[in-house]
Design a protein around this ligand. Structure first.
Ligand code: C2E
Ligand code: MG
Ligand code: MG
Length: 288
């Protein structure tokens, strides 16, 4: 990814890093313009059942292809959008586009969406979300909201009622990037999570790093005990699929099944229903 994004991307990052007020307002304008010109779009990465390759859903990942800056990764522009007060609009724009795509999939296939804690702080969000889902004729249980913990911890009290309301509406919640940061068991138990997503840094390392393997095993045992589903992220090596499955992991995501793809390609995959790991020959760049 980093290589194809090129140096223009680096410029954007630098600009963001030591942004003065003037530069920040420039970035804000950029993001605003990219949004209005529809340059920020979701792409969809398959989430696959490890046991048999069935596609359980797709995760919408924001993509910004800018003619001047090149491809700007979400880890760079999402925090800026949060900073300059654009995250709410951006989330809705991505949500609506993702719903339009998901509507064309078989109704057994879910849609995962990353959601900023700032958006979750809007007390009107659950109702707004329900309206968008209804408008696109999607049942709430097909939607999974990926929430990343560290940011949440700071706002736990305001979030509790919103998370509960979403849960009552039937929307499912996933705790994203579990294993890194300040992941805590207390947090997982305190909120109605349906799924835990294990960060690729851990799931990707279980074959050659006993410590990572121990962390992943512990998470899987814990999740099973709590009746929570598990998705391993960042699966690049086909050998991981069997190993993770043996350890009791339900589903996986990663380059071995494929990167995020356009809505049209996702729709074709969804119609096929199953995905199998690419053969190792297709993956010489991954080093697997
Ligand atoms: P995430 O939700 O944990 O998404 C998984 C990230 O891992 C994605 O990066 C995905 O492209 C990448 N990935 C997938 N398979 C592999 C693999 O096999 N190996 C490796 N090394 N990476 C893999 P991406 O798309 O750059 O997104 C980064 C993060 O930005 C996401 O992490 C999520 O936290 C955030 N993000 C993305 N889209 C949105 C959005 O629409 N809204 C919000 N609030 N956050 C978003
Ligand atoms: Mg996610
Ligand atoms: Mg993640």
């Amino acid at each position: 990814r980093a290589k194809t994004s090129g140096s223009s991307n680096f410029r954007f990052f630098e600009l963001a890093m030591d942004a003065t007020i003037l530069q920040r307002s420039l970035l804000e304008q950029r993001i605003r313009r990219a949004m209005s010109e529809k340059k920020i779009e979701p792409e969809f990465q398959p989430i696959v059942r490890l046991q048999d390759g069935m596609i359980l859903g797709f995760e919408a990942l924001a993509r910004w292809h800018d003619p001047e800056f090149g491809s700007v990764p979400p880890r760079e522009f999402i925090p800026i959008a949060e900073d300059v007060g654009l995250i709410s609009e951006l989330t809705e724009a991505i949500l609506v586009k993702a719903c339009k795509a998901a509507r064309r999939w078989p109704n057994t296939i879910g849609l995962s969406l990353n959601i900023s804690a700032l958006k979750l702080q809007e007390q009107t969000f659950p109702l707004r979300l329900a309206a968008i889902l209804a408008e696109h004729e999607l049942l709430p249980h097909r939607l999974m909201l990926d929430i990343t913990e560290p940011r949440l911890l700071r706002h736990t009290r305001q979030l509790q009622p919103v998370l509960e309301q979403l849960c009552e509406q039937g929307v499912r919640l996933a705790l994203d990037d579990f294993g890194i940061g300040t992941s805590s068991l207390t947090f997982l138990r305190a909120h109605p999570f349906d799924t835990v997503k294990i960060h690729g840094q851990f799931s990707g390392g279980i074959l050659d790093d006993p410590e990572k393997a121990a962390v992943v095993e512990a998470i899987l045992i814990l999740a099973r005990g709590m009746g929570i589903r598990t998705v391993a992220e960042g699966i690049e090596d086909p050998a991981l699929i069997n190993r993770l499955q043996t350890l009791g992991c339900h589903a996986g995501q990663g380059h071995v099944f494929g990167p995020a793809v356009s809505a049209d390609v996702a729709t074709k995959l969804a119609a096929r229903g199953y995905l199998f790991p690419a053969s190792p020959d297709d993956h010489d760049s991954s080093g697997a």
